[in-house]
Each structure stands twice: as structure tokens, then as C-alpha cells.
Write a protein that binds this ligand. Structure first.
Ligand code: SF4
Ligand code: SF4
Length: 125
């Protein structure tokens, strides 16, 4: 079998180095882009100040978002179908939580949603 010449060895070495450099260059581009996208996403989430009309008895918004487990029991029981779910396009942090939509139905304050809420996100007034 033919032995690799010195020239061939150098050429292989150069090819390896150029692929290492291109990987490094790739990482130099991709890692900061990922960080920027990540930070941008966080800023987007933190800066969003969406306000939704919550079902009756909802505690303060910050507490509500920490208590609501997005079980949708309130939505399922509402006899007026006034409650619907916040979509991810409306609000990332609050998606899945309940909101009132008076275009669909009018709330008659039956308080059935409060009664089924398992976490206290909705409290009897
Ligand atoms: S109080 Fe009754 S009508 Fe109003 S949102 Fe709750 S379940 Fe629906
Ligand atoms: S029943 Fe309570 S915990 Fe469940 S989605 Fe409605 S508000 Fe959130």
C-alpha cells in the first residue's frame, strides 16, 4: 500500500483545520443568535402587559396567573358559555387561562365557575 506523502499529509491537515474553523465560525454566529433570540423572547414575555376580563371572583392578576392551573373546569361549567380560553397568540404567559367573552354570552353571576375552581384562583365574592 502506498505511504501518504508529506504533501498529502499537509493537505489533509489543512482540510481538517478549515473544517474546524468553519465549525468555530458557525458556533460564533449561532450561539449569539440563540442568546439574542432567548433574551428577546424573555423581554417579550416580561414586557407584555395583557389584561383580560377574568371570570367573577378572580383574584388579582398576578396571583390569578400563579394559582390558575388552566384546568378549564370554569369554562366547561359556565352555562352561558361566556368563558373561553386565552390563546397563545393573545398572550404567551396567560395562554390556557380563562377569560370572559361577552360576544358569546352574558355572565349572569351564577358563580358556578367559582364553585368548581379547585385552586382559589376564583374566589366567592
Ligand atoms: S358566573 Fe356563571 S355565567 Fe358568569 S362566567 Fe361564571 S359560570 Fe359563567
Ligand atoms: S377552574 Fe380555576 S384553575 Fe381551573 S382554569 Fe378556571 S380559573 Fe383556572
Amino acid at each position: 500500500m502506498a505511504q501518504p506523502t508529506l504533501n498529502n499529509q499537509r493537505m489533509n491537515q489543512n482540510e481538517n483545520q478549515s473544517s474546524i474553523i468553519s465549525r468555530r465560525e458557525f458556533l460564533k454566529l449561532v450561539v449569539p443568535a440563540g442568546v439574542i433570540i432567548g433574551i428577546g423572547g424573555s423581554i417579550y414575555v416580561l414586557s407584555e402587559d395583557k389584561v383580560f376580563l377574568r371570570p367573577p371572583g378572580a383574584v388579582s392578576e398576578v396571583r390569578f396567573l400563579s394559582l390558575c392551573i388552566k384546568c378549564r373546569k370554569c369554562e366547561e361549567i359556565c352555562p352561558q358559555t361566556t368563558i373561553e380560553t386565552v390563546s397563545i397568540t393573545e398572550d404567551v404567559a396567560g395562554s390556557g387561562s380563562p377569560k370572559l367573552n361577552f360576544r358569546v354570552g352574558a355572565c349572569d353571576f351564577c358563580m358556578e365557575c367559582v364553585e368548581v375552581c379547585p385552586t382559589g384562583a376564583l374566589e366567592m365574592m
